[in-house]
Design a protein around this ligand. Structure first.
Ligand SMILES: Cc1cc2nc3c(=O)[nH]c(=O)nc-3n(C[C@H](O)[C@H](O)[C@H](O)COP(=O)(O)OP(=O)(O)OC[C@H]3O[C@@H](n4cnc5c(N)ncnc54)[C@H](O)[C@@H]3O)c2cc1C
Length: 473
């Protein structure tokens, strides 16, 4: 039993584990963040237990309103692809819109289903929703863990607690026995009337569906050994780009970890990141308020600055720090940002502008195609120094030296901040320090074609250290 599911297992309405005899009544598989048929424990268990499966996805207004255009369109494209997969198995995806707490019980009644199958999530929204549904339906709800490699709560210290430091967590994670997933049975997809799946409104970032996701995974397998050398270079295509597949579940994290394996240092470095993902999921399951409250409570007293102008400049990529502006523009123009640059941009908001990390977390969450509350809030708290295993608060990224180190030729900045394209590296990373002849030759007029820095990094650093120190007294 997953630890958070025990919260809604009263009166036997939520169940886990194998289901034995084949049922003549249909089973409902409620898809959420597991938009695949392969390596999907909820789907597998349903096909083993029922002749007929009604596959449903509920388009919840709350989730759709929270999603930026890239995430919304990627989701819709994945739903079309899942529908195609299910049609090939005789049925299709039944789409309903509205709150799931109403739509799911209604669907169960309409198709006279005898059970519901789902893969559980750890966000506060989904646990509350699942709890409400578990309590309101009369059929069993079989919940599985298809989200992580090890289900949240499975990787604990000898004392039964969650390690507050990642390395020991990873050590235990690497040797923890996995709960086996059920195997597919012979049940087939059937359909009942639903709503048409809306079409994406713009170009979709990645080819949709699990087959395309598998293609991305197998292509990554060819180059994963270069990961340690290339992963920090935002100008290079040196990371897997699998985060959105893990977010939507077109690939299972378990599958990704198994396919990559740990035979070489590159593979080990990659799988370690998948373990970070598990760690943040464990953390959110234990601390549902991760997006709202500093996990190190003493940091809650930081006197954040109210700076709408600075925040607006950060959001729109006009801070005068080219690496930050490049990252924020990559985010808003594509729905994705390189990990190293996510760290630099987040650090700039928190430590240079002294703006509350929660504001940045919300902005990222809206725009990221891979937005995942556990990963996003966990990483924001890590950057702010308020979360577990975070760097000490007095370690403050210098955006310019980070840029010179990780974008040495300036190509990343050149791509996203085209008005600086004609400046050479390393000067491209600090246009305000370039001499006027170079600026003129590159067609740049500071404050007209590109802003001066909105804050002086060294002064901002001192201000942050003072403010943090005061909060920690
Ligand atoms: C401020 C901030 C916010 C972030 N928000 C998110 C988010 O909302 N969703 C999200 O999936 N990742 C988030 N990350 C983590 C990381 O930036 C992305 O997972 C990564 O950039 C995705 O690209 P990739 O798949 O090519 O990564 P790769 O480098 O190829 O990594 C492989 C996988 O490992 C996992 N991973 C890698 N780095 C991390 C990490 N630091 N923490 C947790 N998991 C990681 C991801 O699932 C990723 O897909 C955030 C990082 C920061 C610093």
């Amino acid at each position: 039993m997953m630890w958070w599911l025990s919260r809604y297992s009263d009166e036997g309405s939520a169940h886990t584990g194998p289901v034995s005899e084949v049922d003549k009544k249909p089973g409902v598989v409620w898809f959420r963040r597991d938009l695949r048929l392969e390596d999907n424990p909820a789907w597998a268990a349903a096909t083993a237990a029922h002749d007929e499966i009604v596959a449903v996805f509920v388009i919840e207004p709350r989730l759709m309103n929270a999603a930026g255009e890239f995430r919304r369109d990627q989701l819709l494209a994945h739903l079309h692809a899942l529908d195609d997969e299910l049609r090939a198995r005789g049925g299709g995806l039944v789409v309903r819109s509205g709150p799931a707490a109403t739509a799911v019980p209604r669907l169960i009644g309409e198709c006279e289903a005898s059970a519901v199958y789902l893969n559980a999530d750890v966000t506060p929204f989904s646990t509350a929703r699942d709890q409400a549904i578990g309590e309101s339906v009369t059929v069993p709800v079989h919940a599985f863990d298809g989200l992580t490699v090890h289900e949240p709560g499975a990787v604990l210290t000898k004392k039964g607690t969650l390690s507050q430091v990642f390395s020991p967590f990873y050590k235990t994670w690497s040797t923890t026995h996995r709960t086996p997933w059920p195997s597919d049975g012979a049940g087939r997809s059937v359909t009942i009337p639903g709503e048409p799946i809306p079409d994406p409104q713009g170009p979709v970032r990645q080819a949709p569906g699990e087959t395309a996701a598998w293609d991305r995974l197998t292509a990554w397998l060819e180059v994963v050994d270069d990961y340690p050398d290339l992963r920090d270079l935002p100008a290079v295509d040196g990371t897997s780009n699998l985060s959105a597949d893990l977010k939507f579940g077109t690939l299972a994290a378990r599958t990704v970890a198994d396919v990559i394996g740990i035979e070489t240092p590159g593979r080990q470095a990659f799988v370690r990141q998948i373990a970070w993902r598990d760690w943040w999921a464990h953390t959110l399951a234990l601390h549902p308020d991760l997006p709202n409250v500093a996990l190190k409570a003493r940091y809650d007293g930081i006197a954040w600055r109210d700076d709408p102008h600075g925040f607006e400049r950060w959001c729109t990529g006009r801070t005068g720090y080219p690496i930050v502006d490049a990252g924020m523009r990559q985010l808003t123009q594509t729905g994705w940002m390189h990990n190293r640059v996510r760290m630099i941009c987040a650090s700039f908001l928190v430590k240079d502008l002294l703006i509350d990390w929660r504001k940045g977390e919300r902005f990222f969450r809206h725009h990221l195609v891979d937005a995942d509350i556990a990963q996003n809030a966990g990483n924001w708290q890590w950057v702010a120094g308020t979360g577990p295993d975070a760097a000490p608060y007095f370690r403050v990224f210098n955006p310019t030296s980070q840029a010179i180190k990780f974008d040495p030729d300036g190509d990343y900045v050149r791509t996203w901040v085209p008005e600086l394209a004609h400046l050479r590296a390393p000067g491209i990373h600090e246009p305000s320090a370039a001499d006027s002849a170079d600026l003129q030759a590159a067609g740049i007029t500071l404050e007209e074609t590109y802003p001066l820095p909105i804050v002086d990094h060294s002064q901002a650093r001192l201000r942050t250290l003072e403010t943090y120190k005061r909060a920690l007294k």
